[in-house]
Design a protein around this ligand. Structure first.
Ligand code: NAD
Length: 247
């Protein structure tokens, strides 16, 4: 166990998949976890599921592209707790259409959720982290941010942007003792993968030297390490957690 006692953590996209597992893992390591989801029903469902496991989690469903709405909720969280220590920008959507079939609306939507939302929530928490002389911001990137992807151009583009944001914000915030890192998962068993063609998944899994698809827990553990004091001298990295995936 890596102890996150008294740490207040906001996790976007905490309602299912990787984000839900990060929520569990951080809670089990004594953090106070607050999730942001896309709508009331999914947030309520996740909270109920976690309650059955004995975990007491609070949730919100702000429009992640509305900075003012996010800022008001972040202020409320700060006023309730007196500090915000860790932000995990994990909400994301994927794409797999060919460029000719991708509309400019499709492209903008993916950038809105995978990039602009990360900017909005980070911008809202940074003043509070500065005020508390430190904090940790972690972003969910992807292995496609290293290798690219042969379809769904908006998705790898957004994840290259996540890496650029991570490395640059790490430099900007290091003087304030705020560390910024990303985790780049390989193919991981969640709803996001369920929507991909089976042949595509099988080919990808066959090419993984560690011989299996990632589990949400594999990814959540990397987030836990980077959020903890064990990683106190690590900032600006994109940690690949992908079983040694090549593409
Ligand atoms: P998922 O589809 O199971 O979960 C996505 C999460 O993002 C959900 O909690 C959802 O509510 C949230 N979300 C989506 N749109 C949103 C919106 N408009 N507003 C607020 N929240 C929104 O997928 P996942 O696999 O758990 O993905 C989590 C992250 O991991 C994403 O950033 C994804 O790009 C990344 N990732 C996943 C894989 C994989 O193989 N599953 C690989 C690499 C990276």
């Amino acid at each position: 166990m890596l102890n996150l006692q008294n740490k207040v953590v906001i996790i976007t996209g905490g309602t299912r998949g990787i984000g839900l597992e990060i929520t569990r893992t951080f809670y089990e390591n004594n953090a106070k976890v607050i999730i942001f989801g896309s709508k009331k029903e999914t947030v309520d469902k996740a909270i109920e599921e976690l309650q059955k496991e004995g975990k007491d989690i609070k949730g919100y469903y702000p429009n992640l592209n509305d900075y003012e709405e996010i800022n008001n909720i972040v202020k409320e969280i700060y006023n309730e707790n007196g500090h915000i220590d860790i932000l995990i920008n994990n909400a994301g959507i994927s794409a797999n259409k060919k460029i000719e079939d991708t509309s400019s609306e499709d492209f903008v939507k993916i950038m809105d959720i995978n990039v602009n939302a990360m900017f909005n929530v980070s911008k809202a928490v940074v003043p509070y982290m500065k005020n508390n002389n430190g904090g940790v911001i972690l972003n969910t990137s992807s292995m496609v941010s290293i290798y690219g992807q042969p379809s769904g151009i908006g998705y790898p583009t957004s994840k290259f942007a996540v890496n650029g944001f991570t490395k640059s914000l790490a430099r900007e915030l290091a003087p304030f003792n705020i560390r910024v890192n990303a985790v780049a998962p390989g193919i991981t068993k969640t709803d996001m993968i369920e929507s991909l063609p089976k042949e595509m998944i099988n080919t990808l899994v066959d090419s993984i030297p560690l011989g299996r698809m990632g589990k949400p827990k594999d990814i959540a553990n990397a987030f836990l390490f980077l959020a903890s004091d064990m990683a106190s001298y690590i900032s600006g990295v994109v940690l690949q957690v992908d079983g040694l995936a090549r593409n």
